[in-house]
Design a protein. Structure first.
Lengths: 286, 201
């Protein structure tokens, strides 16, 4: 059973990543990268430069491993599943920072610091939104959170939750308005000095992370595997795919503002909004 | 199996903890310390304390990220990639290390440690929650408010804006050599700011 579930999780991650590649229309550029030779920077931190893409990919895998594929079936069925995802988010910020710090070059370093400055305040609304989702379930387990949505999904019961979490999703996948790490305005930032297979793996990890963060959002706000007629995993795939497409669409549509203005938005608008969200959700859950 | 895992994780925690003092950059030291705490968190998970274990990983990841930024911010080595010596005050630190080791070892050896395994179906997370927001609430909340006050203080101290003008007004960076010229841009003669109309006071 565990082996089968492991296989399902890996297949979902792989299939989802291919879907993300299709959404981004990135097949050819990604394939071409594998054939290119690597370019070295002066005195890099080799360990972190080589491992950062692998860590990013591993965090995506851990993220999707805590997602329930059927109403009471998750590969990592932890009583604190949602905190495991929270740890993944915190480690993503760190991984992106290390990815930009390790080549020892200006643009990646600028991307790394910009992302760390934006990523840390993004964590806060994320935590409040996830805790709010745990309130009606009276549990930190994702299985229990899915179970609490049998009557009504969290997206209706806690209307601010999904929009706030989409901001987190954009930040975790380095996309559109929240892409302060790998943006074009600093010559692709943390990946500016990446080349060859390392660059390809980093880009693939970004797409894999889109699958994981969308699967988590689908679980927490859209009832995950719950739904009529079709089996649980199919519902999870449909909801995850829809959220992936939505994230890509927002990423392509919404402009990115300056980091300082985004910091003001995060601390002055989104953080109080998430407090309000937690308060409302708490009162409703009572 | 669990014993072996705990032994390996302990060895990893000690090794990464030792690396903190042997690496030559602030960023590497912060993240080596984080790896050490991650190993301790994993031991917590193995010891049936899932919330404390996973929360340790979460807290340490955020904390070490903040620590790396702050240390780099207040150091003369902005990127953190240039080599620097991470140890100082050798005698004091060796003494403090020995005292701490003896103290903690004595605490481990002398205190009666419980040896009753937790039943598999115990709701440990809920029990922890009731403890934190019940009997231990005063300690918990005191620590929380103290940390919040510290954070507000740190932000105010590191802020450039202030009631009496810019914090760096009139400050000069230290010299590149002993008694040499200050590093960075030299202020221009004759007031300097006359042509910066866009600064808007």
């Amino acid at each position: 059973m565990t082996a089968l579930l492991t296989l399902a999780v890996l297949a979902t991650l792989l299939g989802g990543t291919l879907f993300a590649v299709a959404l981004d229309r990135a097949y050819l550029p990604l394939l071409a990268l594998f054939t290119r030779q690597r370019v070295e920077t002066e005195a890099p931190d080799r360990l972190n430069r080589d491992l950062a893409p692998a860590w990013y990919l591993a965090l995506a895998a851990i993220g999707i491993a805590v997602v329930p594929f059927a109403p009471d079936l998750a590969l990592i069925d932890s009583p604190v599943g949602i905190v495991i995802w929270g740890s993944c988010e915190a480690l993503i910020v760190l991984t992106v920072f290390l990815h930009g710090w390790s080549p020892n070059a200006p643009f990646p370093l600028i991307g790394a610091y910009r992302y760390a400055a934006i990523g840390l305040p993004v964590m806060l609304p994320s935590m409040f939104v996830l805790i709010a989702a745990a309130l009606p379930a009276e549990s930190l387990s994702l299985v229990a959170i899915v179970d609490s949505q049998r009557e009504v999904w969290n997206v209706i019961r806690q209307p601010l939750g999904l929009p706030l979490f989409m901001v987190v999703a954009l930040a975790m996948t380095l996309r559109g308005p929240m892409d302060y790490a790998d943006a074009a305005d600093i010559a692709t930032g943390t990946s500016a000095e990446d080349s060859g297979a390392g660059r390809a793996v980093w880009q693939i990890a970004r797409l894999a992370m889109l699958v994981s963060v969308s699967a988590i959002a689908a679980t927490v706000f859209l009832g995950g595997p719950l739904g009529p007629v079709l089996p649980g995993p199919v519902w999870l795939w449909l909801k995850t795919g829809a959220l992936m497409a939505l994230t890509v669409w927002i990423g392509n549509r919404v402009a990115r503002t300056t980091p300082s203005r985004m910091l003001t938005i995060l601390w002055v608008v989104l953080l109080p909004l998430s407090f309000l969200h937690l308060l409302i959700s708490g009162l409703i859950a009572l | 199996m669990t014993d072996l895992m705990i032994a390996l994780l302990t060895a990893f925690a000690v090794w990464t903890g030792w690396r903190v003092f042997r690496v030559d950059s602030m960023v590497r030291a912060s993240f080596a310390l984080m790896l050490s705490f991650v190993a301790v968190g994993a031991i917590g998970v193995l010891l049936s304390a899932p919330y404390i274990g996973v929360a340790t990983v979460f807290m340490m990841a955020v904390e070490m990220m903040v620590m790396a930024i702050f240390m780099v911010m207040f150091m003369m080595n902005p990127a953190g990639l240039n080599p620097m010596v991470m140890v100082h005050q050798h005698r004091l630190s060796i003494g403090a290390g020995i005292v701490a080791f003896i103290g903690l070892s004595a605490a481990v050896l002398l205190s009666p440690l419980p040896s009753n395994p937790v039943a598999a179906d115990t709701d440990v997370v809920a029990q922890l929650g009731h403890e934190l927001l019940g009997p231990s609430m005063l300690i918990f909340e005191t620590a929380g408010v103290t940390l919040l006050a510290t954070m507000v203080g740190a932000v105010i101290l590191s802020s450039r804006q202030g009631r009496f003008g810019s914090a760096d007004e009139g400050s000069r960076p230290p010299g590149l050599t002993e008694g040499g010229d200050p590093a960075g841009r030299q202020p221009e003669g004759g007031g300097g700011h006359g042509h910066h109309h866009h600064e808007g006071h």
